[in-house]
Design a protein around this ligand. Structure first.
Ligand code: KIV
Length: 329
């Protein structure tokens, strides 16, 4: 039921426009009265105001989850439609990973991914995801070169891509970049363990931190980037017990991928968890659905039906009056 209601009191001008309210101004000697009328339904204005209430996740959502012992969920996405589906499923955060080099662009590693690639895909994801926190990966050589480059490029991911945070790989060596980016008001996620941008230095995709020295180094790096200001850290291909220890020692959120069950959260590449990428499947991947097979079957069915004339049928066509078409023959 719609009821006209006159509202008095102090309402910011921005809200008047946001809520599509009409208003009139009365000037009465030295008193100016702003009278606002709007259509109120169950105390909520109709129109744009009554759309799905958006509860945008923020870095405090991550922090609160850790404090409350609740798991944080993150998935990668690179396009509008997938981001929308992931967002509607309630996933906390979407990462536009430089894994797009592998799963979208077909490179054998992430080295060739550019700022333009990440910005382009981040902007598409940002248009699709209303609630998930959007984290954009900083590509190879967009931050390693200097602190200045790091801040400029992180800024581009926010301004042009509309990311809510950026992610970069590395430990103590990238602390100056993390400090500068966070000082510019940009939240940063770290990435330790297997860092694919350093694949040539690491000598292959291997589990990291297995020896005492390597495990100690990983802990020192994690503490260093926490001190520098990251609000979360991705731990990739790290032994489960070491990831559990890091999770206990750090006050920031740990997000595991191949790092066991005791991290504060988990991340997966969506094509991996949907069986859509078969070039290689890491041990840590669980296939939650075989969408790849469903797609292949649908493509084959389409080919068959187009070939035998079954598609499109009448229901997929548009009508025209017979007398109009007859005149053209
Ligand atoms: O690029 C990416 O998708 C990532 C995840 C694997 C964490 O960095």
């Amino acid at each position: 039921m719609h009821r006209k209601k006159t509202q008095t009191g102090i309402i910011p001008l921005s809200e008047i426009f946001y809520r599509n309210l009409t208003y009139s101004v009365t000037v009465n000697s030295n008193l100016m009265v702003l009278c606002i009328c709007g259509v109120i339904e169950h105390n909520t204005c109709t129109g744009r105001y009554s759309e799905r209430k958006v509860m945008k996740k923020t870095i405090s959502t991550f922090q609160k989850a850790k404090e409350n012992g609740e798991k944080v969920t993150m998935l990668t996405a690179y396009d509008y439609s997938t981001a929308k589906l992931i967002d509607e499923a309630g996933i906390d955060s979407i990462l536009i990973g430089d894994s797009l080099g592998n799963v979208i662009l077909g490179y054998e590693d992430t080295i060739s991914v550019t700022m333009e690639d990440i910005i382009h895909h981040t902007a598409a994801v940002a248009r699709g995801a209303k609630e998930a926190l959007i984290v954009a990966d900083m590509p190879f050589m967009s931050y390693q070169t200097s602190v200045y480059d790091a801040v400029v490029n992180a800024g581009r991911l926010m301004k042009e891509g509309r990311a809510n945070a950026v992610k970069l790989e590395g430990g103590a060596s990238v602390c100056p970049q993390i400090k500068a980016i966070t000082s510019a008001g940009i939240p940063v996620v770290g990435h330790l363990g297997l860092t694919p941008q350093s694949i040539n230095a690491l000598g292959g995709y291997k589990v990291q931190g297995k020896s005492e020295a390597a495990a100690k180094q990983l802990l020192e790096d994690a503490l260093a980037i926490q001190e520098a200001g990251v609000f979360a850290v991705v731990l990739e291909c790290v032994p489960s017990k070491l990831a559990a220890l890091l999770t206990e020692k750090l006050s920031i959120v740990t997000i595991g991928i191949g790092a066991g069950n005791e991290c504060d959260g988990q991340v997966l590449v969506y094509q991996d968890m949907l069986g859509m990428f078969s070039d290689y499947v890491p041990k840590f991947v669980k296939q939650f659905a075989n969408v790849g097979e469903v797609m292949k079957q649908a493509f084959a069915d389409y080919k068959k039906e187009v070939s035998n004339g079954a598609f499109p049928s009448e229901e997929h066509g548009y009508k025209i009056e017979d007398d109009v078409i007859e005149k053209l023959y």
